[in-house]
Design a protein around this ligand. Structure first.
Ligand SMILES: Nc1ncnc2c1ncn2[C@@H]1O[C@H](COP(=O)(O)OP(=O)(O)O)[C@@H](O)[C@H]1O
Ligand SMILES: [Mg+2]
Length: 261
């Protein structure tokens, strides 16, 4: 385990629970039913991936988790947080959302700076360790413009991990990367998750990415978004040498079939 590793929790319990959640949006052309009848949970330390066609409500689910949206009916609750409020979450999006005038280390420290108004020498050290963990050692002082697309996503990933969140929300963070970069960054993300064991909620369009990373894949239908399948993935980790693995291919096929229905 790395210096930054979290102790694994022995009695896993849900971090978050969706109970009969529906979300409607009122627009000038009528009501959009984005989500319907969502009953789900994410356990502490569990890696959950969500896959489904565009517009099926994946990002809306994530926005409900961030508290950026409220359900129209049903409840999103946080059973394991002491005061039942939203616990610490980290978020990384498809766009890296780094500030162009700040170097990598400062970008990683940005949420802390915004929250506390300053950061300590200890925080600076942690940012450097995170850079190393995500494969950006030596690039701490570079600005986003001096980095490749993959490196920017790595920085954004490090920033999301800074506060040791109990739940990491990932909205297609690897979606815009070329295939080779994507493969490398996914393998690194798996390694980091195995070391840190945070709960993770990954939205993706990629079947193989979902099978590579997740303990459980939730498949959603086209609008109104409903859960049509839940596939546990129990393949041994790390799953880096999956090419040609018949079990991996079978799980990908199973997911593809659910998506085609
Ligand atoms: N703020 C909003 N106002 C109106 N409609 C919205 C809003 N946010 C999302 N929607 C609609 O809800 C549906 C689900 O959107 P979204 O969660 O972004 O889907 P996905 O991430 O799966 O592509 C879409 O039809 C989208 O147009
Ligand atoms: Mg989306």
């Amino acid at each position: 385990m790395s210096e930054l590793a979290k102790k694994p929790s022995s009695n896993a319990q849900p971090i978050v629970r969706f109970e009969n959640v529906a979300k409607h949006f009122e627009t000038s052309t009528g009501t959009t039913i984005a989500l319907q009848n969502i009953n789900q949970h994410i356990m502490a330390g569990e890696f959950v991936a969500v896959i489904g066609p565009s517009g099926c409500g994946k990002s809306t689910l994530l926005r409900l988790l961030c508290g950026l949206e409220q359900p129209t009916s049903g409840e999103v609750s946080w059973p394991s947080s002491a005061d039942k409020s939203t616990p610490d979450i980290g978020v990384a999006f498809q766009e890296h959302r780094l500030l162009p005038w700040m170097n990598v280390q400062k970008n990683i420290l940005l949420p802390t700076l915004m929250q506390k108004g300053s950061y300590s020498a200890e925080d600076e050290k942690r940012a450097l360790l995170l850079c190393e963990m995500v494969g950006l050692k030596g690039f701490e002082g570079r600005g986003p413009a001096e980095l490749s697309g993959g490196m920017r996503q790595r920085a954004s990933f490090a920033r999301a991990l800074f506060s040791q969140p109990s739940l990491l929300l990932l909205d297609e963070p690897f979606g815009a990367l070329d295939a080779l970069t994507r493969e490398k960054i996914i393998a690194d993300a798996e390694r980091i998750w195995m070391d840190q064991k945070f709960g993770a909620f990954l939205i993706t369009h990629s079947i193989s990415e979902a099978v590579h990373l997740a303990d459980r894949v939730i498949v959603m239908s086209a609008r109104p978004g409903r859960v049509v399948a839940e596939i546990p993935i129990t393949l041994e980790r790390p799953r880096t040498n999956f090419l040609g693995d018949p079990q991996f291919a079978r799980l990908c096929d199973e997911l593809r079939q659910h998506l085609e229905l």
